[in-house]
Design a protein around this ligand. Sequence first.
Ligand SMILES: Nc1nc2c(ncn2[C@@H]2O[C@H](COP(=O)(O)OP(=O)(O)OP(=O)(O)O)[C@@H](O)[C@H]2O)c(=O)[nH]1
Ligand SMILES: [Mg+2]
Length: 223
Amino acid sequence: MTRLLVEQKVLNENQRIAAELRERFRQNNVFCLNLVSSPGSGKTSLLERTLEAFPNNAQVAVLTGDIQTENDARRLARFGFPVRQITTGGTCHLDARMVEKHLADWSLADLDMLLIENVGNLVCPSSYDLGEHAKVVVLSVSEGDDKPLKYPSMFVKSELMVLNKLDLLPYVPFRVEQARENARRVHPGIEIIEISCMTGEGLDHWMNWLQSNRTRNFATSPA
Ligand SMILES: Nc1nc2c(ncn2[C@@H]2O[C@H](COP(=O)(O)OP(=O)(O)OP(=O)(O)O)[C@@H](O)[C@H]2O)c(=O)[nH]1
Ligand SMILES: [Mg+2]
């Protein structure tokens, strides 16, 4: 009972900070996405492909979460955009306070887009709002097509499922149609894009989704 109350308090506090962040993003016209997945599905790879596709003057920044290392920030920094690692020191998800803290000396007015890579974990990050406009869940074909049914919360809370590693389909028993059906069973409105970060297949659909959702967000958020 006490544990439940403490968890509730932590989540309420997170919600309060997330709401403040969302309002700051709205005021500064910053489109913010929260990329979630189990470890190794390809969040950093997708961000690498995304950053390399942006023009040099794009006003995009990345926060990348990890329990222990700075590896992902190192991989992403080479594209020349602002990147900052959030090392959680054991915590299995990012929370709104960590995002707020790591944004402290960045000017949101200079940004159009903030991409947040969450800690690789298909459970806990679903409970923590970071003030983002949308969660994007990355599922790779080596994980099994039943994952939306086994970890429904992440798929319920995500607007888009990016199905990655299509190039591995000849080698793994993964049914794409079944995965799509499972995702839509837990979240009927979820959008789905199929890609391979390795071959580049489908990345044009992802870039179009990014662009059109950013535009739609600006159109629906009055200054
Ligand atoms: N074959 C194949 N491998 C991929 C693809 N995308 C990513 N990988 C590989 O999958 C591994 C994990 O990719 P990451 O991008 O590090 O995954 P992540 O989700 O960021 O991992 P964490 O940050 O640890 O949660 C790397 O070895 C990538 O090279 C793909 O489309 N096809
Ligand atoms: Mg990563």
